[in-house]
Design a binder for this molecule. Structure first.
Ligand code: ZN
Length: 146
């Protein structure tokens, strides 16, 4: 078994289909949904359209995010994300693939995304909460043991 394998078994909780509010920030909205529904662990995907976004590219040498501003409306071709616990609070981690008017795609870690329309499929996972802890190798807060 790999030394760093973190394996946890979860049971499926609620399966939810959610329409996000027009004009909301996708990360803030998903965080608020997790908080209000008391979901501490889950996975989700989404499709729709964003009116603007800020993406991140993690510089693996500097161990920090470079920001990519998306100033124009884009199709939300795909969004994959998860919810776990960071600093005692539900934390939403999401990556997106966006497409412009010509169908060209751009992707990355979603830092902000202004929702034009978004349909989310959220799967709650039940079990001992999945917690993020600082990982010295990457500089990120990754799933681990407290
Ligand atoms: Zn990420």
């Amino acid at each position: 078994m790999p030394r760093n394998l973190l394996e946890k078994n979860f049971k499926h909780g609620r399966s939810l289909l959610i329409r996000l509010d027009h004009g909301s920030d996708m990360i803030a909205e998903m965080t608020e949904i997790a908080r209000s529904l008391e979901i501490v662990t889950g996975v989700f995907n989404a499709i729709g359209a964003l009116s603007s976004a800020e993406l991140g590219y993690y510089d693996q040498v500097k161990n920090e995010y470079d920001k990519i501003a998306v100033e124009e409306p884009a199709e939300l071709v795909s969004c994959s994300g998860n919810i776990s616990v960071r600093d005692g609070q539900p934390f939403v981690h999401a990556h997106v693939v966006l497409a412009d008017r010509g169908g060209k795609i751009l992707g990355g870690h979603l830092m902000k995304g202004c929702v034009f329309a978004a349909e989310v499929c959220l799967q709650e996972l039940l079990g001992s909460p999945l917690v993020r802890v600082h990982d010295p190798t990457t500089g990120l807060k990754l799933w681990g043991e407290e």
